[in-house]
Design a protein around this ligand. Structure first.
Ligand SMILES: NC(=O)c1ccc[n+]([C@@H]2O[C@H](COP(=O)([O-])OP(=O)(O)OC[C@H]3O[C@@H](n4cnc5c(N)ncnc54)[C@H](OP(=O)(O)O)[C@@H]3O)[C@@H](O)[C@H]2O)c1
Length: 284
């Protein structure tokens, strides 16, 4: 099977790479191989690979910066996925794509279902939702996974920021009024591979799924767990979103429901605490 992976150096992309290489002939591209800011180039380059499976782990993920760079975020998160979908349809390839809990506004108090109305609060969320819709309306076979609060042992993420700050600051002040599920990239990669195999066995299982860690916490709770796991003795103070203003608004509640993932694909995410243990064990 010819597999094309985009975003091979991102958190999810890097975790996918060895898994995908074990199940097919993998072409793994980074931004240097194909810049998704230029959607016009994408079709011809992808067709060269003749992929049977396209996995788009690339995205514009700088949530706050997107507020001042909406056109760039749109090109990468909405226009590029639309081209991948058109090419996937042309090649009869399965397209795997990732989206976000930030398509929701956070007004619910129970986990979001796939069919709940999306209402993004920020530019990033809007562009990711547009990418989802372009794929869904293209008619290509697809798996779209909405995930949340992604982190890994490498890259730019909350876990690495907390570990850095814990070494240099006498106390940390972390937002405690946003509820969500920190999700480790290695688990996303493993469940992605299992989902692909399930869809290859039965194409009726394709579609949109919520894939995040089980359980819930706040950024403050996550920071406390990180500091504890690292064995660092630094106090973590709880603050509110109002105490820490950011350019992009974020949902106060963005838990994702996993019932569809369990019943349609037979997959059960592990807890966010188990993901943290796994990632901490691989930190260098
Ligand atoms: N991170 C989160 O907290 C989070 C939460 C919910 C959903 N998601 C979704 O999960 C998926 C994977 O996210 P992630 O955390 O693995 O993201 P990530 O670590 O930020 O990786 C994204 C990758 O996309 C690449 N990229 C950005 N702009 C590009 C361009 N113009 N052309 C080609 N490649 C480009 C980046 O390359 P460079 O390294 O060169 O910039 C990077 O390797 C994304 O769809 C994201 O929207 C993420």
């Amino acid at each position: 099977m010819n597999i094309l992976l985009l975003g091979a150096q991102g958190q999810v992309g890097a975790a996918l790479r060895p898994l995908l290489a074990s199940v097919g002939k993998l072409t793994a591209w980074t931004r240097a191989d194909l810049d998704l800011q230029q959607p016009a180039q994408i079709r011809a380059r992808v067709l060269e690979v003749r992929p049977q499976l396209i996995i788009n782990a690339a995205a514009y993920t700088a949530v706050d910066r997107a507020e001042s760079e909406p056109h760039i975020a749109h090109a990468i998160n909405a226009s590029a996925p639309a081209v991948f979908a058109a090419v996937a349809r042309q090649c009869d390839a399965l397209l795997v794509h990732y989206s976000t809990d930030y398509v929701f506004d956070g007004n619910k108090t129970t986990p979001y279902l796939e069919e709940d109305a999306a209402h993004p609060l920020n530019v990033y969320g809007h562009t990711k939702l547009e990418g989802e819709r372009a794929i869904q309306s293209s008619g290509c076979r697809h798996l779209i996974f909405r995930t949340s609060w992604v982190y890994s042992a490498t890259g730019h993420n909350f876990l690495r920021t907390i570990l850095r700050l814990a070494k240099t600051q006498s106390r940390l002040r972390i937002v405690a009024d946003q509820q969500g599920a920190p999700t480790a990239a290695p688990m996303i990669a493993r469940l992605t591979l299992q989902a692909i195999q399930a869809v290859q066995a039965d194409t009726q299982r394709a579609g949109l799924y919520h894939l995040s860690a089980a359980g819930q916490t706040t950024w403050h709770g996550f920071a406390q767990a990180i500091v504890q796991a690292a064995g660092v003795d630094v106090p973590v103070d709880a603050i509110t979103t109002l105490d820490y203003p950011t350019p992009a608004r974020r949902p106060v509640y963005s838990l994702l429901d996993h019932q569809r993932l369990r019943t349609q694909l037979g997959l059960s995410p592990t807890s966010w605490q188990a993901g943290l243990d796994e990632v901490m064990a691989t930190l260098v």
